[in-house]
Design a protein around this ligand. Structure first.
Ligand SMILES: *[C@@H]1O[C@H](CO)[C@@H](O)[C@H](O)[C@H]1NC(C)=O
Length: 388
Protein backbone atom coordinates (compact mmCIF):
# COMPACT_ATOMS: atom_id res chain seq x y z
CA UNK A 1 0.00 0.00 0.00
CA UNK A 2 2.73 2.43 1.03
CA UNK A 3 4.80 1.68 -2.07
CA UNK A 4 1.76 2.14 -4.28
CA UNK A 5 1.18 5.54 -2.74
CA UNK A 6 4.80 6.52 -3.35
CA UNK A 7 4.61 5.36 -6.98
CA UNK A 8 1.38 7.28 -7.49
CA UNK A 9 2.75 10.47 -5.98
CA UNK A 10 5.86 10.14 -8.13
CA UNK A 11 3.72 9.91 -11.25
CA UNK A 12 1.72 12.90 -10.04
CA UNK A 13 4.89 14.94 -9.39
CA UNK A 14 6.39 14.03 -12.74
CA UNK A 15 3.20 15.13 -14.47
CA UNK A 16 3.15 18.34 -12.52
CA UNK A 17 6.77 19.17 -13.22
CA UNK A 18 6.45 18.59 -16.93
CA UNK A 19 3.59 21.07 -17.18
CA UNK A 20 4.62 24.62 -17.65
CA UNK A 21 4.33 27.60 -15.34
CA UNK A 22 2.96 30.64 -17.20
CA UNK A 23 3.44 34.27 -16.30
CA UNK A 24 1.61 36.96 -18.24
CA UNK A 25 3.31 40.35 -17.82
CA UNK A 26 -0.12 42.03 -17.73
CA UNK A 27 -1.01 40.21 -14.52
CA UNK A 28 2.13 41.77 -13.02
CA UNK A 29 0.90 45.25 -13.94
CA UNK A 30 2.32 45.79 -17.43
CA UNK A 31 0.13 48.00 -19.65
CA UNK A 32 -0.16 47.56 -23.41
CA UNK A 33 -0.69 51.27 -24.04
CA UNK A 34 2.84 52.16 -25.16
CA UNK A 35 2.99 54.91 -22.53
CA UNK A 36 2.99 53.36 -19.07
CA UNK A 37 6.41 52.28 -17.87
CA UNK A 38 6.23 48.47 -17.75
CA UNK A 39 9.81 47.88 -16.61
CA UNK A 40 8.98 46.80 -13.05
CA UNK A 41 6.11 44.49 -14.05
CA UNK A 42 8.42 42.79 -16.57
CA UNK A 43 11.07 42.39 -13.86
CA UNK A 44 8.53 40.89 -11.47
CA UNK A 45 7.35 38.43 -14.11
CA UNK A 46 10.98 37.51 -14.75
CA UNK A 47 11.59 37.07 -11.00
CA UNK A 48 8.71 34.62 -10.73
CA UNK A 49 9.70 32.69 -13.84
CA UNK A 50 13.33 32.58 -12.74
CA UNK A 51 12.36 31.18 -9.35
CA UNK A 52 10.05 28.56 -10.79
CA UNK A 53 11.24 24.97 -10.41
CA UNK A 54 9.07 24.05 -13.39
CA UNK A 55 10.01 25.37 -16.80
CA UNK A 56 8.33 28.72 -17.23
CA UNK A 57 6.78 30.81 -19.98
CA UNK A 58 6.66 34.57 -19.76
CA UNK A 59 3.94 35.79 -22.03
CA UNK A 60 3.81 39.28 -23.53
CA UNK A 61 0.44 39.74 -25.24
CA UNK A 62 -0.33 41.98 -28.22
CA UNK A 63 0.02 45.69 -27.77
CA UNK A 64 2.91 48.05 -27.10
CA UNK A 65 4.87 47.97 -23.87
CA UNK A 66 7.22 50.76 -22.82
CA UNK A 67 10.48 49.56 -21.26
CA UNK A 68 13.40 51.50 -19.79
CA UNK A 69 16.78 49.74 -19.54
CA UNK A 70 16.09 46.30 -18.12
CA UNK A 71 18.29 43.42 -16.97
CA UNK A 72 16.98 39.87 -16.86
CA UNK A 73 19.51 38.16 -14.59
CA UNK A 74 20.18 34.53 -13.90
CA UNK A 75 20.96 31.94 -12.92
CA UNK A 76 17.37 30.67 -12.90
CA UNK A 77 15.97 27.41 -11.58
CA UNK A 78 14.58 26.12 -14.85
CA UNK A 79 14.13 26.76 -18.58
CA UNK A 80 12.38 29.98 -19.55
CA UNK A 81 10.52 30.82 -22.75
CA UNK A 82 9.88 34.49 -23.42
CA UNK A 83 6.90 34.42 -25.77
CA UNK A 84 6.29 37.87 -27.23
CA UNK A 85 3.20 38.66 -29.29
CA UNK A 86 3.49 42.43 -28.84
CA UNK A 87 6.00 45.23 -29.33
CA UNK A 88 8.53 46.48 -26.80
CA UNK A 89 9.43 50.15 -27.23
CA UNK A 90 12.02 52.39 -25.63
CA UNK A 91 10.99 55.84 -24.37
CA UNK A 92 11.14 58.47 -27.11
CA UNK A 93 13.75 60.51 -25.18
CA UNK A 94 17.01 58.84 -26.26
CA UNK A 95 18.74 59.73 -22.96
CA UNK A 96 16.57 57.26 -21.08
CA UNK A 97 18.33 54.21 -22.55
CA UNK A 98 21.36 56.03 -23.99
CA UNK A 99 23.85 55.64 -21.16
CA UNK A 100 23.14 52.10 -20.04
CA UNK A 101 25.04 50.32 -22.83
CA UNK A 102 22.22 47.84 -23.29
CA UNK A 103 18.52 48.46 -23.46
CA UNK A 104 17.35 44.86 -22.87
CA UNK A 105 20.04 42.68 -21.29
CA UNK A 106 20.00 39.00 -20.42
CA UNK A 107 22.86 38.36 -18.01
CA UNK A 108 24.13 34.94 -16.78
CA UNK A 109 21.14 32.98 -17.99
CA UNK A 110 20.92 29.55 -19.61
CA UNK A 111 18.20 27.67 -21.45
CA UNK A 112 16.31 30.82 -22.33
CA UNK A 113 14.45 31.24 -25.57
CA UNK A 114 12.91 34.41 -26.92
CA UNK A 115 10.14 33.75 -29.43
CA UNK A 116 8.54 36.32 -31.68
CA UNK A 117 8.13 39.95 -30.79
CA UNK A 118 9.13 43.34 -32.09
CA UNK A 119 11.61 45.55 -30.29
CA UNK A 120 11.82 49.19 -31.29
CA UNK A 121 14.55 51.30 -29.67
CA UNK A 122 13.42 54.44 -31.55
CA UNK A 123 17.00 55.32 -32.42
CA UNK A 124 16.35 58.05 -35.02
CA UNK A 125 16.65 61.04 -32.68
CA UNK A 126 19.84 59.52 -31.19
CA UNK A 127 21.46 59.25 -34.66
CA UNK A 128 20.51 62.87 -35.43
CA UNK A 129 22.06 63.99 -32.14
CA UNK A 130 25.30 62.30 -33.20
CA UNK A 131 25.13 63.55 -36.75
CA UNK A 132 24.67 67.11 -35.49
CA UNK A 133 27.78 66.66 -33.30
CA UNK A 134 25.86 67.65 -30.17
CA UNK A 135 26.74 66.08 -26.83
CA UNK A 136 24.98 62.73 -26.91
CA UNK A 137 24.91 59.70 -24.62
CA UNK A 138 27.24 56.80 -25.53
CA UNK A 139 24.32 54.76 -26.89
CA UNK A 140 22.84 51.33 -26.23
CA UNK A 141 22.51 48.00 -27.98
CA UNK A 142 18.88 46.93 -28.23
CA UNK A 143 19.05 43.33 -26.94
CA UNK A 144 22.18 41.75 -25.49
CA UNK A 145 23.13 38.41 -24.03
CA UNK A 146 26.15 38.21 -21.74
CA UNK A 147 27.73 35.27 -19.89
CA UNK A 148 24.89 33.05 -21.06
CA UNK A 149 24.46 29.64 -22.68
CA UNK A 150 21.88 27.58 -24.54
CA UNK A 151 20.01 30.57 -25.85
CA UNK A 152 17.54 30.60 -28.75
CA UNK A 153 16.13 33.76 -30.31
CA UNK A 154 13.56 32.90 -32.95
CA UNK A 155 11.32 35.22 -34.97
CA UNK A 156 12.32 38.48 -33.31
CA UNK A 157 12.13 41.74 -35.24
CA UNK A 158 14.39 44.63 -34.21
CA UNK A 159 13.82 48.15 -35.49
CA UNK A 160 15.99 51.28 -35.23
CA UNK A 161 18.49 50.42 -32.53
CA UNK A 162 20.67 53.24 -31.19
CA UNK A 163 23.80 51.15 -31.82
CA UNK A 164 24.00 47.33 -32.24
CA UNK A 165 20.64 45.59 -32.64
CA UNK A 166 21.60 42.22 -31.14
CA UNK A 167 24.82 41.68 -29.17
CA UNK A 168 26.31 38.40 -27.93
CA UNK A 169 29.24 38.56 -25.46
CA UNK A 170 30.81 35.69 -23.49
CA UNK A 171 28.14 33.19 -24.52
CA UNK A 172 28.07 29.53 -25.56
CA UNK A 173 25.57 27.70 -27.73
CA UNK A 174 23.36 30.44 -29.09
CA UNK A 175 20.95 30.07 -32.01
CA UNK A 176 19.55 33.17 -33.71
CA UNK A 177 17.04 32.46 -36.44
CA UNK A 178 14.23 34.00 -38.47
CA UNK A 179 15.22 37.48 -37.42
CA UNK A 180 14.29 40.71 -39.14
CA UNK A 181 16.53 43.63 -38.45
CA UNK A 182 15.92 47.05 -39.95
CA UNK A 183 17.41 50.51 -39.65
CA UNK A 184 18.09 53.07 -42.41
CA UNK A 185 21.32 52.80 -44.41
CA UNK A 186 22.29 56.23 -43.10
CA UNK A 187 22.04 55.29 -39.40
CA UNK A 188 25.40 55.29 -37.57
CA UNK A 189 26.92 52.14 -36.01
CA UNK A 190 23.71 50.16 -36.14
CA UNK A 191 25.34 46.74 -36.59
CA UNK A 192 22.72 44.03 -37.04
CA UNK A 193 24.31 41.28 -34.93
CA UNK A 194 27.61 41.52 -33.07
CA UNK A 195 29.31 38.42 -31.66
CA UNK A 196 32.37 38.56 -29.42
CA UNK A 197 34.20 36.24 -26.99
CA UNK A 198 31.64 33.52 -27.70
CA UNK A 199 31.62 29.91 -28.92
CA UNK A 200 29.06 27.84 -30.82
CA UNK A 201 26.89 30.52 -32.38
CA UNK A 202 24.45 29.78 -35.21
CA UNK A 203 22.80 32.63 -37.11
CA UNK A 204 20.37 31.54 -39.74
CA UNK A 205 17.51 32.54 -42.08
CA UNK A 206 17.54 36.23 -41.30
CA UNK A 207 17.01 39.49 -43.12
CA UNK A 208 19.26 42.36 -42.11
CA UNK A 209 18.97 45.91 -43.47
CA UNK A 210 20.99 48.42 -41.54
CA UNK A 211 23.50 51.31 -41.48
CA UNK A 212 26.60 49.35 -40.42
CA UNK A 213 27.72 45.69 -40.59
CA UNK A 214 24.89 43.20 -41.01
CA UNK A 215 26.93 40.86 -38.82
CA UNK A 216 30.21 41.72 -37.12
CA UNK A 217 32.40 39.08 -35.54
CA UNK A 218 34.83 40.33 -32.92
CA UNK A 219 37.79 38.86 -31.06
CA UNK A 220 37.43 35.51 -29.31
CA UNK A 221 34.63 34.21 -31.56
CA UNK A 222 34.86 30.45 -32.26
CA UNK A 223 32.73 27.87 -34.04
CA UNK A 224 30.27 30.17 -35.82
CA UNK A 225 27.84 28.95 -38.44
CA UNK A 226 25.99 31.57 -40.47
CA UNK A 227 23.58 30.64 -43.27
CA UNK A 228 20.74 32.09 -45.34
CA UNK A 229 21.32 35.73 -44.54
CA UNK A 230 19.91 38.46 -46.79
CA UNK A 231 22.13 41.46 -46.10
CA UNK A 232 21.61 44.95 -47.49
CA UNK A 233 21.67 47.80 -47.23
CA UNK A 234 24.58 47.67 -44.81
CA UNK A 235 28.33 47.17 -44.63
CA UNK A 236 28.25 43.40 -45.20
CA UNK A 237 29.46 40.61 -42.92
CA UNK A 238 32.71 41.47 -41.23
CA UNK A 239 35.24 39.57 -39.18
CA UNK A 240 36.74 42.43 -37.21
CA UNK A 241 37.85 44.93 -36.49
CA UNK A 242 40.51 42.66 -35.01
CA UNK A 243 43.72 43.84 -33.40
CA UNK A 244 41.98 46.48 -31.37
CA UNK A 245 44.15 45.35 -28.45
CA UNK A 246 47.78 44.21 -28.21
CA UNK A 247 46.62 41.05 -26.40
CA UNK A 248 43.38 39.58 -27.61
CA UNK A 249 41.83 36.23 -28.41
CA UNK A 250 41.56 35.21 -32.07
CA UNK A 251 38.69 34.21 -34.33
CA UNK A 252 38.51 30.67 -35.67
CA UNK A 253 36.22 28.20 -37.41
CA UNK A 254 33.67 30.53 -38.96
CA UNK A 255 31.47 29.44 -41.90
CA UNK A 256 29.27 31.84 -43.83
CA UNK A 257 27.15 30.18 -46.49
CA UNK A 258 24.06 30.47 -48.72
CA UNK A 259 23.73 34.20 -48.34
CA UNK A 260 22.93 37.18 -50.54
CA UNK A 261 24.38 40.68 -50.33
CA UNK A 262 22.44 43.45 -52.03
CA UNK A 263 24.03 46.88 -52.65
CA UNK A 264 26.17 46.63 -49.53
CA UNK A 265 29.46 48.45 -48.97
CA UNK A 266 31.26 45.10 -48.47
CA UNK A 267 30.36 41.49 -49.01
CA UNK A 268 32.60 39.24 -46.94
CA UNK A 269 35.29 41.19 -45.13
CA UNK A 270 38.10 40.53 -42.67
CA UNK A 271 39.55 43.68 -41.20
CA UNK A 272 42.21 44.47 -38.65
CA UNK A 273 43.73 47.58 -37.19
CA UNK A 274 47.16 48.46 -38.60
CA UNK A 275 48.94 48.10 -35.28
CA UNK A 276 50.61 45.45 -33.09
CA UNK A 277 48.46 42.58 -31.78
CA UNK A 278 48.72 38.85 -31.08
CA UNK A 279 45.25 38.32 -32.58
CA UNK A 280 44.40 36.00 -35.47
CA UNK A 281 41.69 34.83 -37.85
CA UNK A 282 41.92 31.26 -39.18
CA UNK A 283 39.79 28.47 -40.63
CA UNK A 284 37.25 30.79 -42.18
CA UNK A 285 34.96 29.64 -45.02
CA UNK A 286 32.83 31.88 -47.23
CA UNK A 287 30.80 29.84 -49.71
CA UNK A 288 27.66 29.82 -51.87
CA UNK A 289 27.30 33.56 -51.88
CA UNK A 290 25.61 35.95 -54.31
CA UNK A 291 26.74 39.56 -54.61
CA UNK A 292 24.43 42.15 -56.15
CA UNK A 293 26.16 45.47 -56.83
CA UNK A 294 28.41 45.15 -53.82
CA UNK A 295 31.17 47.74 -53.57
CA UNK A 296 33.86 45.42 -52.12
CA UNK A 297 32.55 41.87 -52.61
CA UNK A 298 35.67 40.10 -51.28
CA UNK A 299 38.03 42.08 -49.08
CA UNK A 300 40.72 41.62 -46.46
CA UNK A 301 41.79 44.97 -45.05
CA UNK A 302 44.66 44.94 -42.58
CA UNK A 303 45.32 48.64 -43.02
CA UNK A 304 42.26 49.74 -41.10
CA UNK A 305 43.14 53.01 -39.39
CA UNK A 306 40.35 55.59 -39.53
CA UNK A 307 41.65 59.17 -39.47
CA UNK A 308 45.18 57.71 -39.27
CA UNK A 309 44.94 57.67 -35.50
CA UNK A 310 46.42 55.04 -33.17
CA UNK A 311 48.40 53.07 -35.77
CA UNK A 312 52.04 54.04 -35.16
CA UNK A 313 53.79 51.68 -37.57
CA UNK A 314 50.88 50.79 -39.89
CA UNK A 315 51.56 47.03 -39.71
CA UNK A 316 48.90 44.73 -38.36
CA UNK A 317 50.06 42.01 -35.98
CA UNK A 318 46.90 39.98 -36.70
CA UNK A 319 47.68 36.68 -38.47
CA UNK A 320 45.17 35.72 -41.14
CA UNK A 321 45.35 32.17 -42.51
CA UNK A 322 43.26 29.35 -44.02
CA UNK A 323 40.51 31.46 -45.55
CA UNK A 324 38.41 29.77 -48.26
CA UNK A 325 36.22 31.56 -50.82
CA UNK A 326 34.10 29.11 -52.81
CA UNK A 327 31.13 29.52 -55.18
CA UNK A 328 30.85 33.27 -55.07
CA UNK A 329 29.20 35.03 -57.98
CA UNK A 330 27.46 38.24 -58.96
CA UNK A 331 28.21 41.87 -59.58
CA UNK A 332 30.66 44.30 -58.08
CA UNK A 333 29.88 48.02 -57.84
CA UNK A 334 33.58 48.85 -58.09
CA UNK A 335 36.35 47.68 -60.42
CA UNK A 336 38.33 45.77 -57.77
CA UNK A 337 36.06 42.94 -56.71
CA UNK A 338 38.68 40.92 -54.87
CA UNK A 339 41.04 42.91 -52.68
CA UNK A 340 43.57 41.40 -50.29
CA UNK A 341 45.44 44.10 -48.38
CA UNK A 342 47.46 42.08 -45.88
CA UNK A 343 50.07 43.03 -43.33
CA UNK A 344 53.72 43.30 -44.44
CA UNK A 345 54.87 41.91 -41.08
CA UNK A 346 52.21 39.14 -41.05
CA UNK A 347 51.28 38.22 -44.64
CA UNK A 348 48.01 36.34 -45.19
CA UNK A 349 48.52 32.70 -46.11
CA UNK A 350 46.47 29.67 -47.04
CA UNK A 351 43.86 31.67 -48.94
CA UNK A 352 41.87 29.38 -51.27
CA UNK A 353 39.78 30.56 -54.19
CA UNK A 354 37.40 28.22 -56.01
CA UNK A 355 34.62 28.92 -58.52
CA UNK A 356 34.35 32.65 -58.35
CA UNK A 357 32.71 34.84 -60.97
CA UNK A 358 32.39 38.52 -60.21
CA UNK A 359 31.72 41.11 -62.89
CA UNK A 360 31.90 44.88 -63.00
CA UNK A 361 29.93 46.76 -65.66
CA UNK A 362 29.22 43.45 -67.44
CA UNK A 363 32.96 42.69 -67.74
CA UNK A 364 35.35 40.80 -65.54
CA UNK A 365 36.25 42.80 -62.46
CA UNK A 366 39.87 42.98 -61.29
CA UNK A 367 41.77 41.69 -58.27
CA UNK A 368 44.48 43.22 -56.13
CA UNK A 369 46.89 41.51 -53.72
CA UNK A 370 49.36 42.85 -51.16
CA UNK A 371 51.23 40.34 -48.98
CA UNK A 372 48.71 37.58 -49.73
CA UNK A 373 49.51 33.94 -50.55
CA UNK A 374 47.36 30.96 -51.48
CA UNK A 375 45.91 28.82 -54.25
CA UNK A 376 43.13 29.02 -56.78
CA UNK A 377 41.08 26.22 -58.21
CA UNK A 378 38.44 25.95 -60.98
CA UNK A 379 37.14 29.07 -62.69
CA UNK A 380 38.20 32.19 -60.83
CA UNK A 381 37.12 35.55 -62.28
CA UNK A 382 38.75 37.99 -61.67
CA UNK A 383 41.96 35.98 -61.94
CA UNK A 384 43.81 35.24 -58.72
CA UNK A 385 46.72 37.49 -57.84
CA UNK A 386 47.77 35.43 -54.81
CA UNK A 387 51.43 34.44 -54.44
CA UNK A 388 51.86 30.67 -54.56
C1 LIG B 1 33.38 24.34 -36.20
O1 LIG B 1 32.12 24.93 -35.95
C2 LIG B 1 31.05 24.07 -36.22
C3 LIG B 1 29.71 24.76 -36.02
O2 LIG B 1 29.74 26.05 -35.72
C4 LIG B 1 31.09 22.86 -35.31
O3 LIG B 1 30.03 22.00 -35.60
C5 LIG B 1 32.43 22.15 -35.54
O4 LIG B 1 32.52 21.09 -34.62
C6 LIG B 1 33.58 23.13 -35.32
N1 LIG B 1 34.82 22.46 -35.67
C7 LIG B 1 35.82 22.34 -34.81
C8 LIG B 1 37.03 21.64 -35.33
O5 LIG B 1 35.78 22.75 -33.68
Amino acid sequence: MATRLIVLSCIFLAFFQSSNAAYNVVSFGARADGKTDSTLPFLRAWGSACNSVRSATIYVPRGTFLLKPIVFSGPCKSKIVFQIAGTLVAPSDYWSIGNSGNWILFNKVSWVSVKGGIIDAKGASYWSCRRAGRSCPTGSSSISFMWSSNIVVNGLKSINSQLIHIAIYHCNDVVLRNLKITAPSTSLNTDGIHVQSSTGITISSSMIKTGDDCISIGQGSKNLWIDHIACGPGHGISIGSLGDNVYEDGVQNVTITSSVFTRTQNGVRIKSWARPSNGYARNIVFRNIIMRDVYNPIIIDQKYCPDNKGCPNQNSGVKISQVTYKNIRGTSASQVAMNFICSSSNPCNGIKLQNIRLTYNKRAATSSCTNAAGLSNGVVIPRSCLQK
